[in-house]
Design a binder for this molecule. Sequence first.
Ligand code: FA5
Length: 347
Amino acid sequence: MPSDNESLTQIETQARRELDAAPDEDALERWRVAFLGRRGRLTLVLRSLADLPVGERRTLGAQANRLKRDLEGALQEKKAELARSATDALVEERIDVTLPGPPLPRGRLHPTTQTLRDVLDSFVSMGFQVVEGPEIEWDHYNFEALRIPKDHPARDMWQTLWIDYEQDGERPMLLRTHTSPMQIRVMEQTQPPIRVVVPGRCYRHEATDPTHEWMMTQVEGLAVDEGISLGDLKGTLADFARRIFGPDRKVAFRCDYFPFVEPGMELRIDCFLCGGEGCRTCSRTGWIEILGAGMVHPDILDAVGYDSERYTGFAFGMGVERIAMLRHGIEDIRLFYSNDLRFLRQF
Ligand code: FA5
């Protein structure tokens, strides 16, 4: 039991150290009971004063009472300090629910999608219906049914990515090289009159350059009915070109060969970059080819069960990225899928 100055000093030192370290209200209460409670250490000192001689009692009593007041004061201060820091923590955590949220970055449509939608709109407004087909296709639809038999040199027109799947020692599946297989699929399932456009991705195993990508988007068109002529094909495509490129762009039809049409042709637009003089983008020709087209070969009509004496049709297949290039003045098709936001944010 403490009975002199030194003991009071010890009590004070220990009391202040523990008070400083007290983290919360509970610890404060334990501290109060330990030092100032009924059986607390300081209280016991005060009680023991009665046994001391008068002189000592007075001095020690005065010191002990001062210490009691000091410790009580320190306790109140510590309580206030704990309360303050609790409030501060609450203020810190406060959320202003009236603040506007951080702005969400606005996305945009890829330039291919934007042009694709405009292309489809222009044909829909001419009475065409939009249908879609598989990107993984059978050799049969991609080639055979389009009059491109195995080992026929025309297969070289479409460098093919084959699917690693074998059947009877052959690989019959591929990533479609064009949307033309959908001509057959649509005709197999429908009777004339037919007017459809088919958007979709196509894949080719070819080296890339400013106008060639290994993946691109095509829109196929097919119209089959009685009395459809080459004039209808040219009129439809000229109207399409005017809607997409405006009246000033030059359009040229040229003979071309595709095994599934007769006659076949291609549609070219004068180069936006050099105005027809010849540059790297147009391979120095002054023109950029945007589509292949022609009258559906009568053998194909017969093969799907149509009467080719009664029905005729036209078909076309265009490259959507090439059209977007011409519209926006994009010099290199490889920019479309290189994921460079500086390019994409311009559209
Ligand atoms: C075809 O794919 C034929 N199926 C088009 C067709 C359909 C002809 C119906 C007759 C009747 P071609 O390989 O030329 O043809 O491609 C058609 C268009 O796709 C091209 O004019 C071009 O715009 C685009 N294209 C072709 N290859 C690429 C490529 N590697 N990168 C970007 N665009 C391409």
